[in-house]
Every structure is written in C-alpha cells, then in structure tokens.
Design a protein around this ligand. Structure first.
Ligand SMILES: Cc1ncc(COP(=O)(O)O)c(C=O)c1O
Length: 450
C-alpha cells in the first residue's frame, strides 16, 4: 500500500471485475424476482438462503485451481469447531456420510473401545434411513425404542428396558432439531460403558443446558443439505472431542488410508517433501512403502470439494441469524396452532432445551374430524409444501422387512407418527407474508373441516 492506495496483482484486478459482474447479476436477479403471491408462489418448507457472497466465495475457490480437500476445507473445519466449541471437525460430502464414518470409526480396530459385529446399539424407531443404515451396514444389531409423541425422540427413562449384556452403544437423532435428554443419556452411557453417536443433522445450533448438540457424545454428525440450518449445497461434518477417534474418521473418509493430515501439504505444494512418507512401519508391508498407499481401515471416499467449504465459510457467518429466524418462525406457528390443540398434538421441547427447529411438526389427533391426508392435500393444493416425519416407524418401511433388530415394547407412538404426523417449514426464507398465508390457509381448512 502506498499513500493509502492498494496495489492489486493482475489476477486480483481480473477477479475484482468478475466479482463486480456477479454483484450486478445478483442485484438484477433480486430486483426482478417475482414478489410473493398467495396461492401462486410455492411456500417451500426449506431452501438455500444465500446471496452473491456465497457465489463469489465458491468461484474464488474454483479459480484457486485445487478442487479436492485443501485449505478451504481445513478453514471451514476450524471455524465450525470454534462455533460449536468442539475439539475437531471433519468435513464430508453429506450427513449420511457423516453417520457412516462415525459408526464405522467406532468399529475400527484402531479404536480401543472397538464395537464388534453383533453388538447392540439402542436407537429410536422413528428415524432417518441413513441414521439407521450404518448400524446394519456395520453388522450391528439395532435395538429400537418407541419415541415420545411430542418430542419425537426416545425417552431416556426407557434406556434401562433396552439394555442387555450385548449393548455397546446409543445412536440418537435429535429429531427435527429437538434436543434429546442429553444429561440422562450421557449418565446412562457412562454407567453402562456405551459409546454415543449424536445425529445432529437436523439440529445445528440447538442447545441442551447451554451446550451445542453434537458435542455431548463420542461423535456428533451434521448435514449441510439445503434443508438444514445452513447449507453447502450438499455436505456434512463429524465432530469429536476424542483425539483417538479423529484420525480414524479422516482415514475412513479418505479410502481408509494411513495419511490423515487434515490438509495434505504434498497435495497443496508438489515441491513439499513429507518427512513421514517413506517411514511408516507395519509388520506386513515392505519398509519403504509410501504412506500415501498404506491402508489402516476399510474405508470409503466420502470427501467434500473445496468450493463447498468456501460456501460454508460464508454460511457460518450467517448462521446465528438463520437460527434466530427459525426460532422466531417456530414460535409464531406454535402460538397459532395452540388455538387448534383439540385437533393436533404439538411439538414440545424438554426443559433445558433451546432448539434451532428444523421444521414445525403436527400430529393429527385420532379423534379429529379430518385425516392427515385431508389437511396435507389442502395445504399442497394451496401451494404450501408439507413433508412427512422421514421414515416414520422405520421397521415398517419395505427396505427393512428382513433386517435383524430387537424391538423393545410396543412402538405405539412411532406408528401414530407414521400415520398422523407431517411438517411444514420454519426456514429463514419464510417472510411474514408466507406465515400469514399459512395461518389463513389452515384457518380456512379448520373452518371447513370442524
Ligand atoms: C436426522 C438426519 N440424519 C441424517 C440425514 C442425512 O443427511 P444428508 O441428506 O446430508 O445425507 C438427514 C437428512 O435430512 C436427517 O434428517
């Protein structure tokens, strides 16, 4: 800088021209976007909230010329850990991948508390398929508990009924962003020497007793699919406070290899000589075997790419605002639907919980003079998106007909949720106009149906 003037390199000058064009494009896009028209514009249940900053950040990463895991991914991992107060984060390509490497890492013989095939893991029957699948894919036996009809999570008091001498873990989704009773669950896990995986894919920003979800268990997982609290388009992360588990997670994400530096300096700089590359000793490989091709785990390739991380860095800056908007939208809908509590079972959070809600769920009561289908069809016909609570009672899904698991008690609430529950959105893209339209449309239905 000379006399207050910043001298940019030639490539920086060219980039600035591109960024200016993108800002102009974005302004045009925003100014010409159709206004919300009741009944004509779809009221989405979720959607990516981004602007020119994410686009510029992604293009900047692309122009860098290194597309695989590199400095943007590492920067994102550091900032994500800082946000949550977690020891370490590992970025992956989806929340499903996060769950898969979380469970697979606990099965690794590199992990001292290693789970074995046939061990039991307690989980709720109402779940997302790729919360449940890694248990089956790893040869574990899911032990399924019913859920609470208002929290959609398992009751911590029921854990005692589910435990057996083969039980080694608990895999819990914080359903729709609603915190599980983490103090009781962690006490139970400690007492019975169980590992805990918290699927926080719906729950980024939710807290229990002042602490972010995902940071209680041995491993916590997150999804950055567009429906969630922030997005990288697709993406996910695993967080852990256990320095033993972190390298195993990286290894399983990256083909199972022994090289687990968060950013490989050799990849970033071809002239860099890694001092450890040819010094890795095993009792089965030739002495000089390049560590880059030594495999300690049976892994996958579940890596993200740099421009996803670049988008994530911008989204993280907006995350507190996104969380506040979700809470506010949820509160408005709850206030409205409390007027119809004769007909709907409404969502409830446990004491000490501070949920950054994923959505607003409604369960049509058995004695209501209308069915879920009636109200869902009405909303959809009025261009208001609805969704079901994921898999419902997962063992009723066709894919799981022959899956081996142990069911504890009756899955009464899980079946009710499968039959009677649906949700609408609370995402930050909803304006006051959207919310008013949702409420007016529901009021018109209730007037007709009751
Ligand atoms: C509880 C839960 N776990 C896992 C996932 C999978 O995340 P992804 O879509 O990023 O694979 C989802 C997806 O919404 C989810 O709701």
């Amino acid at each position: 800088m000379e006399n207050g003037t910043v001298h940019l390199s030639a490539d920086e000058v060219l980039k600035q021209k591109i960024w200016d064009d993108i800002r102009e494009y974005w302004k045009y896009y925003r100014d010409t976007k159709e206004n919300f028209t009741e009944g004509r514009t779809k009221v989405q249940y979720a959607g990516a909230e981004y602007d020119e900053k994410e686009i510029i950040a992604m293009l900047n990463a692309i122009l860098d010329g290194w597309f695989g895991v590199g400095k943007f991914c590492r920067r994102f991992e550091n900032q994500f850990s800082r946000f949550l107060g977690a020891h370490e984060s590992i970025l992956v390509n989806s929340g499903s991948s996060a769950n898969l490497i979380a469970v697979s890492a606990l099965m690794s013989d590199q992990f001292q508390g290693q789970l074995s095939r046939g061990d039991e893991v307690i989980s709720p029957a109402v779940t997302f398929p790729t919360t449940f699948n890694p248990l089956i894919q790893n040869g574990l036996t899911p032990v399924l508990l019913d859920v609470n009809a208002h929290t959609y999570n398992l009751n911590a008091d029921d854990l005692e009924k589910a435990v057996s001498p083969r039980t080694r873990g608990i895999m819990i989704p914080h359903t729709l962003g609603n915190p599980n009773e983490m103090d009781a669950i962690m006490d139970f896990a400690e007492e019975h020497d169980l590992v805990v995986v918290e699927d926080s894919c719906d729950a980024l920003g939710s807290k229990y007793q002042g602490k972010y979800l995902g940071t209680f268990g041995d491993v916590g997982t997150f999804s950055f699919y567009v429906a969630h609290q922030m997005t990288l388009g697709e993406g996910g992360a695993v967080v852990t406070g256990d320095p033993e588990i972190e390298p195993i997670l990286r290894s399983i994400r990256d083909w199972g290899r022994a090289c687990v530096c968060p950013v490989c300096k050799v990849s970033l700089n071809p002239d860099y000589q890694c001092p450890l590359r040819f010094q890795f000793e095993t009792d089965t490989l030739p002495d000089d075997y390049d560590k880059r091709y030594v495999y300690l785990n049976v892994g996958y390739n579940l890596k993200p790419v740099e421009f996803q991380a670049a988008m994530g860095l911008e989204q993280l800056k907006k995350l507190p605002g996104f969380i506040a908007a979700r809470k506010n939208n949820f509160a408005q809908l709850l206030d409205f639907f409390e007027g119809y509590s004769d007909y709907f079972m409404l969502p409830e959070a446990l004491p000490g919980s501070d949920p950054a809600w994923f959505s607003f769920a409604l369960t049509v009561k058995d004695n209501a003079p209308f069915t879920r289908k009636d109200i869902v069809m009405w909303l959809e016909q009025h261009n208001i998106e609805t969704r079901l609570l994921f898999a419902g009672n997962i063992i009723r899904q066709p894919a799981y007909k022959h899956v081996h698991c142990r069911v504890v008690g009756e899955l009464e609430n899980s079946d009710r949720i499968m039959k009677n529950t649906f949700f609408i959105g609370v995402y930050p893209g909803l304006t006051e106009d959207h919310l008013t339209y949702i409420m007016d449309t529901v009021s018109a239905f209730m007037h007709k149906a009751t």
